[in-house]
Design a binder for this molecule. Structure first.
Ligand SMILES: Nc1nc2c(ncn2[C@@H]2O[C@H](COP(=O)(O)OP(=O)(O)OP(=O)(O)O)[C@@H](O)[C@H]2O)c(=O)[nH]1
Length: 390
């Protein structure tokens, strides 16, 4: 099969144009920043082939610089998009530095075609390799499902990288037989066909990454209280079920600490709703600070918060309560300009408890006792209260 190089480059340009238009249409014209890097990568790739199609063979130096510059840029932008979706990528700085090398390589390499052809293809292979590395390097925060689209992006780049290295080798050893992309050498044809496949796979991978990102955001929102960024009631129940199972398996104590701001309606009425929101934000922040990292802190609703304290008994709960009251005593006056107090109740996991709701019900009885006892205090569930003196 002999594929005419010009037809191939025109088809490749049309394919990239279609993908370049389809992505913003599917993901929204404004999109998010990461998607814009990804779209930029496809457009830069289109730019390369458009230069080849529009200028024709042989490409003068400025067109070569523009074509290679855009081609290299498309790999750098793809890596930058990966960084947006997966977190810091190895080789990001190297990719930018390599990209800047294109023009000097082309200008200074003019008198040495052997060196130039080998150097430019090596340069391309390195950039392609950095994208492969960026796709496959560990990304601890990425969702498990990202493996599929990362593979989709990286896999077609491997043969492309192989072809770049091959072209570098031929360019160095036999410059006369060099497979220029505007010629009909089978290696050049394979490179063009593979470039088209890689672009299609990249576009699919970008779409998948974008969808995964949106799903991750929704998952986070479904579990998080938007005002305080703490877990919401549903996440508290889910995490609570896990903590309950662990506590049972290891026969460890588990405590539930429940608190409710005192006279919060008055705070809203006197200082305004925004100050009320700030007060809830402050309480949430301090609550996070006074417990251990593995404990589950949640806003159950309104001005009510709960914490599941792993491996904790009564003394531990009292210590947390004391630390929170001390911190709030200082910070509320300083940050809000008024005092903030709360009542709290607590309960321990018991043998017959089936869910966190069972412990929560008993902690609520303690909280009710604290409110009735004059507020601003901590009370245990009735069965944990010290027996009255005879
Ligand atoms: N600013 C703000 N206020 C809220 C929010 N959620 C609930 N509230 C208000 O919290 C107040 C709770 O009032 P109450 O249930 O009477 O409780 P309280 O005034 O704290 O009284 P006690 O609990 O008995 O000390 C209501 O006025 C709610 O409108 C919120 O997200 N932000």
């Amino acid at each position: 099969m002999n594929l005419e190089p010009r037809t191939l480059t025109v088809l490749l340009s049309l394919q990239l144009l279609t993908l370049g238009l389809a992505l913003p249409l599917l993901t929204g014209l404004r999109g998010n920043a990461t998607m814009r890097w990804a779209q930029g990568s496809l457009w830069a790739q289109l730019g390369t082939w458009a230069v080849v199609v529009l200028v024709g063979h042989p490409l003068p130096l400025p067109a070569l610089i523009l074509g290679y510059g855009l081609g290299g840029l498309s790999f750098v932008l793809a890596l930058r998009a990966l960084q947006g979706w997966l977190g810091p990528r190895p080789g990001m700085k190297w990719a930018w530095a390599l990209w800047l090398l294109a023009a000097p390589l082309l200008v200074l390499g003019q008198p040495y075609p052997k060196l130039q052809q080998a150097g430019l293809n090596l340069w391309l292979a390195l950039l392609q390799g950095l994208v492969v590395l960026g796709a496959w390097a560990p990304a601890p925060k990425a969702h498990e499902s990202s493996r599929r689209w990362r593979t989709l992006l990286a896999l077609p780049l491997l043969p492309l990288m192989g072809l770049s290295l091959w072209r570098a080798f031929i360019g160095w050893t036999d410059p006369v037989a060099y497979p220029a992309l505007t010629g009909s050498h089978p290696v050049a044809q394979a490179y063009l066909v593979l470039s088209g496949l890689a672009a299609s796979f990249a576009a699919l991978a970008f779409m998948s990454a974008w969808r995964g990102e949106a799903e991750g955001r929704l998952r986070h929102q479904a579990k998080t209280d938007s005002l305080t960024q703490l877990s919401n009631r549903r996440a508290f129940q889910q995490r609570g079920a896990e903590m309950l199972a662990v506590a049972r398996r290891h026969r460890e104590p588990l405590a539930l600490y429940l608190l409710d701001v005192d006279h919060f309606k008055q705070i809203n009425d006197i200082h305004g709703h925004i100050s009320g929101d700030e007060a809830l934000g402050l309480l949430a922040r301090l609550l996070k600070q006074v417990v251990r990292p593995g404990d589950c802190v949640a806003r159950l609703g309104g001005e009510e918060f709960a914490v599941l304290l792993a491996r904790t008994e009564g003394q531990g709960v009292e210590a947390v309560d004391a630390r929170l009251r001390t911190a709030l005593g200082v910070e509320a006056e300083r940050e809000l300009g008024f005092a903030l107090d709360f009542s709290a109740g607590w309960a321990l996991l018991r043998h017959g408890d089936r869910s966190v709701e069972d412990i929560l019900r008993r902690a609520d009885v303690g909280l009710y006792a604290a409110k009735n006892g004059g507020r601003g205090r901590l009370c245990a569930e009735p069965s944990l209260m010290p027996a009255p003196a005879p």
